[in-house]
Write a protein that binds this ligand. Sequence first.
Ligand code: DGP
Length: 112
Amino acid sequence: MDCLFCKIIAGEIPSTKVYENEYVYAFRDINPQAPVHVLVIPKTHIASADEVTPENSAAVTHVFEAIPAVAKACGLTNGYRVITNVGEDGCQSVKHIHFHLLGGKQLPETMA
Ligand code: DGP
């Protein structure tokens, strides 16, 4: 499968890792939108939140179980934001489900 984030997980494309476990990989976004901007992704390929099913939803659970450790690894002691973009209207550019972890400052209240 020709998926950028699957290649990052496989180490075929370099990334700056901040956290990894059996199910989850987290790395610095190439185009940061906040002082801390990390992408947290499941190692199994799911195209987007719109493709989550009872059969594959454990991958998303693993991501959320890892998020506190990712935030801690990034020094986010005062809160953060988690966002997933879906499809064209959501401006999703990479078709491997990913969760933007943003923080390191107080973020704007509105996003849309
Ligand atoms: P989204 O627009 O929600 O699909 O976000 C995709 C994010 O992925 C975007 O913020 C930039 C980031 N990104 C794209 N290509 C790469 C890459 O090769 N390396 C890293 N670290 N991040 C990337």
